[in-house]
Design a protein around this ligand. Structure first.
Ligand SMILES: [Zn+2]
Ligand SMILES: [Zn+2]
Length: 95
């Protein structure tokens, strides 16, 4: 997947992504067949397990977000609609 799309996070637009974010979230469709063209690079959370079993901070070093986990099961359009500077807040209480 990283060979196809590189290491720029598709959610915040910054480099250094280490996780594959499912365009159709696993939480919504858990039985989907793994397909790299239906995933995009995204930042991870604070305690991601590395290849050697070590924990490392996979959050974005530019904006500090755990993009993949912050998006969770939101529809992609909803995740991308959030202003970058404010992260992925829930705006439903302000409408
Ligand atoms: Zn990111
Ligand atoms: Zn970022």
């Amino acid at each position: 997947m990283f060979n196809l799309y590189g290491r720029v996070c598709h959610l915040c637009g910054h480099p250094g992504a280490t996780q594959a974010d499912h365009l159709d979230p696993l939480a919504n469709r858990p039985n989907q067949v793994p397909d790299p063209t239906r995933m995009r690079p995204a930042h991870g959370n604070r305690n991601q397990v590395g290849p050697g079993g070590e924990l490392f901070d996979a959050r974005c070093q530019t904006c500090g977000q755990a993009c993949n986990q912050d998006r969770g099961a939101k529809r992609l359009a909803d995740a991308l609609a959030a202003p970058e500077a404010e992260g992925f807040e829930d705006y439903s209480d302000r409408i």
